[in-house]
Design a protein around this ligand. Structure first.
Ligand SMILES: [Zn+2]
Length: 398
């Protein structure tokens, strides 16, 4: 019964490219087949009536083919589901991450995502350049018939540069950083076959709330993870308007930490897959230890769900009660393994040796938060959807 208590009451998945969708209704909610009525209203609202409640889903840019809503739900041991046909009126555009939006000669402030304090104020970049992707050294080895000329050479920003990594940015450290950031050295022991190396990693934290935001690469270079910072355009209104939508305007409207992490990583996975055709990722801590192996499956998905504790409002003229409407949102569907899961050691070993699997570095705390987020997403799905072969399935909302 634990499965039922975690599973969402209703789960809707729509695929824009396939023009298909599926609606799941939990066993204890659906009642008998004839108790469930589904109708599409005004081309953008889906009404699902069960014996107890009416659930309403707002659909952005898509409508449902009316005839598909009139099908009788299929029953399984876990509940009812109905297959739907979708009409895409306006495909939903995936939001860009901050890395996709930073531009030259614009003024930005960088804020700690945890407490909202400004850590770097009014930075203007003369160059905003992408760094080579995470496996570039291995690829150079494969393509060059002579030793890698770039081996052991770091690509570092000069003053007024912003270098873009997969999950981080590199900036020049300046005197203003001393007031807002603190540095903490930590010894790291790294075993290799021939020798035991010992080196220091210097983490950089917000002076106000002590959250780790990144690292010091050298004494003049700062690495900030996109999962730990907010980037705010200058107040003169010259910046990209769409960036404003990603950013909090006040504490009350700030995204929760979990939602921010989910949205930031989902957007970044979509960008990397569309620009570099990468679909398999190894999420690693800063020491290069793989924590999660993740396979990006679909990027054209819209999802909507009603959690177990739905807040209901009583409508004057409607019986049964109407629940609060839910907005369907763009999401990515991912398959994943947690590397701590010893059951899948063989597959994990194969992934770790495969250079087409793209490493993505995140701070250890964000790796843990992402694990929690994926496990929670999986447990809220209908049991039928939770696994694909040996992989676990999750949805990350944009
Ligand atoms: Zn802070």
């Amino acid at each position: 019964m634990e499965e039922i208590s975690q599973q969402d009451i209703l789960f809707l998945e729509l695929r824009q490219k396939l023009q298909r969708g599926i609606l799941f209704i939990r066993r204890d909610i659906a009642g008998v087949v004839t108790d469930v009525k589904i109708e599409s209203r005004e081309d953008s609202i889906l009404n699902i009536q069960t014996p107890e409640q009416i659930y309403q889903v707002m659909l952005p840019g898509v409508g449902l083919v009316e005839a598909s809503c009139q099908k009788i739900p299929e029953i399984t041991e876990h509940g009812s589901h109905i297959r739907l046909c979708v009409r895409v009126n306006q495909p939903l555009e995936n939001a860009s991450s901050v890395i996709g939006k930073l531009k030259v000669m614009e003024t930005y402030s960088f804020l700690c995502q945890s407490c909202g304090c400004t850590v770097l104020q009014d930075r203007v970049f003369k160059r905003v350049l992408p760094l080579p992707n995470g496996n570039w050294n291995a690829l150079v080895d494969d393509w060059c018939c002579h030793p890698d000329p770039f081996a052991n050479r770091k690509l570092l920003p000069r003053d007024e540069d912003c270098l873009l990594g997969d999950t981080y940015i590199l900036l020049a450290w300046d005197s203003s950083c001393e007031q807002t950031l603190t540095q903490h050295a930590k010894s790291i022991n790294k075993d290799s076959q021939e020798q035991r190396l010992s080196r220091q990693r210097v983490s950089v934290a917000c002076r106000h709330c002590c959250t780790t935001l990144g690292e010091e690469i050298t004494s003049g270079v700062l690495k900030l993870y996109i999962t730990e910072i907010l980037v705010e355009p200058s107040k003169d209104g010259k910046c990209d308007e769409t960036l404003h939508r990603l950013l909090p305007k006040s504490n009350s409207t700030r995204l929760t930490r979990q939602r921010f992490l989910e949205q930031t990583l989902a957007s970044r996975l979509v960008e990397l897959s569309s620009t570099q055709s990468i679909f398999r990722f190894s999420l690693q801590n800063p020491d290069g230890k793989a924590i999660i192996l993740l396979w990006l499956l679909n990027t054209d998905t819209l999802v909507a769900s009603f959690p177990d504790a739905v807040v209901s409002i009583v409508a004057d003229d409607v019986h049964p009660e109407s629940s609060q409407p839910c907005q369907a949102v763009g999401a990515v569907k991912v398959l994943y393994f947690l590397c701590s899961d010893s059951k899948h050691k063989e597959i994990i070993d194969v992934w770790e040796k495969d250079i087409s699997v793209h490493p993505l570095l995140l701070p250890p705390s964000s790796c843990e938060e992402l694990q929690t987020l994926l496990i929670s997403s999986t447990s809220r799905l209908p049991p039928l959807l939770r696994y694909m072969n040996s992989y676990q399935v999750a949805y990350m909302r944009m």
